[in-house]
Design a protein around this ligand. Structure first.
Ligand SMILES: O=C(O)CCC(=O)C1=CC=C[C@@H](O)[C@@H]1C(=O)O
Ligand SMILES: [Mg+2]
Length: 367
């Protein structure tokens, strides 16, 4: 397969409601879509999932555009590729910039699967056709608004609820949720808002049989997560700390977590997720698929990944209508009774609606 053209688009879409975490709020989502064309005219799509500001990882929409235009596209253009797994190796000389790499790598996988006439999930080695899905609920202005969101999610069939916590909005909040929903599969995500000085607070969270506590401490701090994990019975789940297979090796060696939230965008693409998935399976570490409030294109890649045998926990791959009035794909990623079903169509399995793609494109570059 020869990559003959790459198109880069900057998109701007507004979410139905703001999504608030310990580090900020997003409603207008500015992100990238990458189109990769092979010599037969197959087009693969990938999503640049970084946010506009560097508060989740160091990357932004603007840095991703720069890295793709100036460094990644030139590596791939007019290059013969046997298999998409090679892309990770081609990109090795470029340090980090995982979200930029992932956008392009995902597009190559989609084009490759379309070329084979196979659904991406099968090309990735997935086996499960029906996947349980959870939902992530941002911080709400009041607890009763949070209850409304939880009720709506449970009514839609979501099988696991993730809520956001931050200092001052933690133990009491989780206690209140637990009293109202005693048996609901529940987890809390702190997005790095705590330090070991908050040990007392974090210890108190152990009382609420949470499935896990996600990323309580600093993004660059696997060592202190290991110290914390020793003090807690609730498994720690790492999100922002994991950028690569090597980070997972470190976390496992240090016993820094019991669970990994993996996102293709954060680790540089689908091949790296697959390696991490295999490693976790080998070591008995649970792994599940997170989300980046992405459009249907990025979501479709995440959904394909969750068909791999180790993704047994519900991920953050909520349906398109949870966030968007309209999506870039047809049909939308649809969650029925808490499950998403794999599609049989080639590639990501969803058709990109070109009219809507153009409607939300604010900048376009053909390389
Ligand atoms: O995409 C989804 O549905 C889940 C979104 C979600 O929880 C997150 C997306 C991006 C950054 C964070 O705020 C958060 C996370 O930490 O997982
Ligand atoms: Mg998280």
């Amino acid at each position: 397969m020869r990559i003959e053209k790459i198109v880069l688009r900057e998109m701007n879409m507004t979410m139905k409601a703001p999504f608030t975490t310990s580090f900020g709020s997003v409603q207008e989502k500015r992100f990238l879509i990458v189109e990769v064309y092979d010599e037969l005219g197959n087009c693969g799509y990938g999503e640049g999932e970084a946010f506009e500001a560097p508060w989740y990882t160091e990357e932004t929409t603007a840095t991703c555009w720069h890295i793709i235009e100036s460094f990644l596209a030139p590596i791939l253009l007019n290059r013969d590729i046997e298999h998409p797994r090679e892309v990770t190796q081609f990109f090795k000389p470029i340090r980090r910039n995982m979200m930029a790499k992932s956008a392009v790598e995902c597009a190559v996988w989609d084009a490759y699967a379309k070329r084979l006439g196979e659904p991406l999930w099968k090309v990735l080695g997935g086996t499960r056709e029906k996947i349980a899905v959870g939902v992530s609920i941002g911080l709400q202005p009041t607890t009763s608004q949070l209850y409304d969101k939880i009720d709506a999610a449970l009514e839609d069939g979501y099988g696991r609820i993730k809520v956001k916590i931050k200092p001052g909005n933690d133990v009491q909040l989780i206690r209140a949720i637990r009293e109202r929903y005693p048996d609901m599969p529940l987890m809390a995500d702190a997005n790095s808002a705590y330090t070991l000085d908050d040990m007392d607070t974090l210890r108190q969270l152990d009382a609420f049989h949470l499935m896990m506590i996600e990323q309580p401490l600093g993004a660059d701090d696997i060592l202190n997560h290991a110290k914390l994990q020793k003090e807690l019975t609730t498994p720690i789940c790492l999100d922002e700390s994991i950028h690569s297979y090597e980070d997972v090796v470190t976390a496992i060696e240090l016993r820094g977590c019991g669970v990994i939230n993996v996102k293709q965008a954060r680790v540089g693409g689908l091949e790296e997720v697959r390696r991490i998935h295999d490693l976790c399976l080998h070591h008995g570490i649970k792994v599940w698929c997170g989300g980046m409030l992405e459009s249907g294109i990025g979501r479709a890649h995440a959904v394909a990944l969750t068909s791999l045998e180790g993704f047994t926990m519900p991920g953050d791959t909520a349906g398109s209508d949870h966030y968007w009035y309209e999506d870039l794909i047809d049909p939308i990623v649809d969650v029925e009774g808490g499950y998403v079903h794999m599609k049989d169509a080639p590639g990501i399995g969803y058709k990109v609606n070109r009219e809507r793609l153009d409607k939300y494109t604010e900048r376009k570059l053909e390389l």
